[in-house]
Design a protein around this ligand. Structure first.
Ligand code: MG
Length: 449
């Protein structure tokens, strides 16, 4: 059976595996799966966006599904529009933070969360069967163009209130957030200095927001004496933050701070995160009445947990945040408004960041061919359980073993032929000691697999 969807929808190099023909088939499959109704379609700034969107929309229309085309739209605006228009699904034509030669297709449910792997597998089965619904001539779908930006801003302004006004440097990476993110911040009464806001599909910086790719943002925050720097990836479902002193705020620190702020804003409750998140979050939110729940890695797993069991906030250490009071779609733009509200209520970021405990995190990659991953993980699980003295085991995604002052996660990469080891300890010495043992264990397991 054809496997088209990866860990975050379809994501491929354009005109190689991701062709207009494939986009057409996915559109036909989604329309067949839905059997009717309306689908919201948005796209990021990539040069291949219009080409793929046209083919995809054509496929949907052929099955009798109507389309609301919202044009250039960050992922969170697509999620918002699904609810606004009462649509049956949403689709973003995006490759998120991948380089410009990539594009992709990500499908969203009516409640704003992404399609689960099971739902994606159903679409794949329909593509492989070639058994697409064909609407008769008088039931072919219709296209309507719409721009939900104004409603998005209005709703966001109802939920975020500022007493002061702040100066913000906003680096949208020439991505889909280039218009909506500065628009929202200005409507909140802030002064915005925009970087990389030309939505051309030609990217000036690497789209993944990290200390290195945001070095110009950091320098600009300092030079302009700004209160904060905010950055997004290509489809603006993620957020990276630079503090008032021009330092990139580590993801784990930002995750703790915003989770804590959500507890203050919305009251005590569950904070959902993934198995690769560290202890700082638990330690920071506990005194604020937060209980941390860990899921598989990926925004779908976090949203799924929030949808089924509720919670105040869901976030991954990659800067992907879900605010269930707002939507189940990860939203880097609304997240930016919340960061400013947090600064407004609690004080400058450089000071807030000091309150979050810091532990030592180490990461390693061990080469492992994809076909050996399953067997190697079996051996790793068995050996790790035997050779480490641990208190708790979480095996929903890879194997995470933990004690009161350290944890180790063994997890095969979903996209590359490698095994990942992530671990955290209270001291550098202990972390290195654990890593040495973990690396040996994984290398041996890969060898034997
Ligand atoms: Mg993204």
């Amino acid at each position: 059976m054809g496997k088209y969807f990866g860990t975050s929808g379809i994501r491929e190099v354009v005109n190689q595996r991701l062709t207009p023909e494939l986009a057409l088939k996915v559109g036909r499959a989604l329309g067949t799966y839905l059997g009717g109704g309306t689908v919201v379609v948005g796209m990021d700034t990539r040069t291949s966006g219009e080409m793929l969107k046209s083919a995809f929309v054509s496929g949907l229309l052929s099955t009798g599904v109507d389309v609301v085309d919202i044009g250039l739209a960050p992922t969170p605006l697509t999620g918002f529009a699904i609810k606004l228009y009462g649509a049956d699904a949403g689709v973003t034509i995006t490759a998120s933070h991948n380089p410009p030669q990539y594009n992709g297709i990500k499908v969203w449910q009516p409640n704003g969360m992404a399609y689960t792997p099971d739902m994606e597998a159903e679409l794949e089965a329909i593509i492989d069967s070639g058994d697409f619904k064909k609407a008769p001539w008088n039931e072919i779908g219709a296209v309507r163009k719409a721009d939900p930006s104004k409603e998005y801003i209005e709703e966001a302004l109802k939920m975020v209130r500022l007493d002061g006004s702040y100066s913000i440097v906003l680096d949208t990476g020439n991505g889909a957030g280039s218009i909506l993110s500065p628009y929202l911040q200005r409507e909140l009464g802030n002064r915005v200095i925009s970087l990389n806001s030309h939505p051309s599909g030609f990217f000036v910086r690497e789209l993944e927001p990290n200390a290195e790719s945001l070095s110009v943002l950091a320098k600009t925050v300092k030079a302009m004496n700004a209160d904060v720097g905010i950055a997004h990836d290509g489809d603006a479902d993620r957020i990276g933050v630079v503090d008032d002193e021009g330092n990139f705020v580590e993801y784990e620190v930002m995750l703790s701070l915003i989770a804590g702020y959500m507890l203050r804003k919305f009251g005590k409750g569950k904070i959902v995160t993934t198995v690769d998140a560290g202890f700082a979050l638990d330690d920071y939110v506990k005194p604020l009445g937060g209980e941390v729940i860990r899921t598989r890695v990926g925004d779908v797993a976090v949203a799924d947990e929030l949808a089924k069991h509720g919670g105040v906030f869901g976030g991954e250490p990659s800067g992907t945040w879900i605010m269930p009071e707002w939507n189940l779609t990860p939203d880097g733009i609304f997240a930016g408004a919340l960061v400013i509200e947090m600064i407004d209520k609690l004080g400058p970021l450089s000071e807030l960041a000091k309150e979050v405990p810091r532990y030592v995190t180490l990461r390693a990659k061990i080469p492992c061919p994809n076909e050996k991953k399953g067997k190697a993980m079996e051996i790793i699980a068995r050996e790790a359980l035997r050779s480490f003295d641990y208190e708790r085991l979480i095996d929903i995604d890879g194997v995470r073993i933990e004690n009161s002052d350290w944890w180790i996660l063994f997890r095969p990469s979903g996209t590359e032929p490698i095994m990942r080891i992530t671990l955290e300890a209270h001291t550098e010495e202990r972390a290195k000691e654990l890593m040495e043992k973990a690396e040996k264990l994984v290398m041996k397991a890969v060898e034997r697999a």
